[in-house]
Design a protein. Sequence first.
Length: 324
Amino acid sequence: MIVTVTPNPALDLTWHVASLTVGGTHRADAGQARAGGKGLNVARVAHAEGAHVIALTTAGGATGEEFAAELASSGVPHVLVPVAAATRRSIALVDEALGDTTIVNERGIAPTTAEWQALRDAVADALGDADDPARVLVISGSLPPGLPDDALPALIRLGRDAGVAVIADTSGPALLAAADAGASVLKPNEHELRDATGLDDPIEGARELIRRGASLVLLSLGAEGMLVVSGTASGGVSVLHARLDAALAGNPTGAGDAGVAACAALMDAGVDDPEQILRRATAWSAAAVLMPLAGEIHPSWPDLEAALILTAGPAPASDPKETR
């Protein structure tokens, strides 16, 4: 089973406009609202592809009620921890002419100490269910402001103590904290890796995360595909790059989450080979770009996986957009 944790969920609102003009007025068809956040996107994709998943997150206020109702209708198994603060919103404006997406994310509000402890208890309960044992813990997305510095490491320790693989997809100082806590897999994009480590070379940045304690780094490169960097027995690193021969037009929101879902699904099935993880993660990420909403992948992903070009060593530099 895969347990996903979304510490800072959002009600995702998506509008498609013909062309986005800064400072202009736009008309759009009715927008779409969905219970979102990176961990929930991971859970949706993994669940749709047949993996056994339980998604853990919080919900509160009027937006939390809409969030909870949509998540219940999705069919994804989940546990919601009630909080007093209203669930934040994330707004995506898709420019159909350019194929670009502009995103505005509310920051969220810190849970109380008791609310955060309730979420941790829910994670511990899910990991400790002997009748339905977990094999992978995924912690995805930003952390609400005001949490203690050890909030993310504490969640990672829960997974390590339970003997499961831990995948963390976060940014900023939390990325370094996740590496120091011994997360099995980290999934930054190139921009997040540079910001966290201060290193311009993505290979050196990934090497730093592995030196700190991570076992494998999946690095999103936007249209240039993905890198996987893993430690070797000699103390060095192995690097593989996967990409398609042409960029795909669409909505990149949630593409990285689909890659995390692929990694989690394979690890849940007992597969930890870096090349297999890279192939599946790149294919699912690409297939997510072809879908209008985050948390879905296009059924053509096997064809995309078959068409991947794999090379050893570093990839061209890129400037990917952060999805959340």
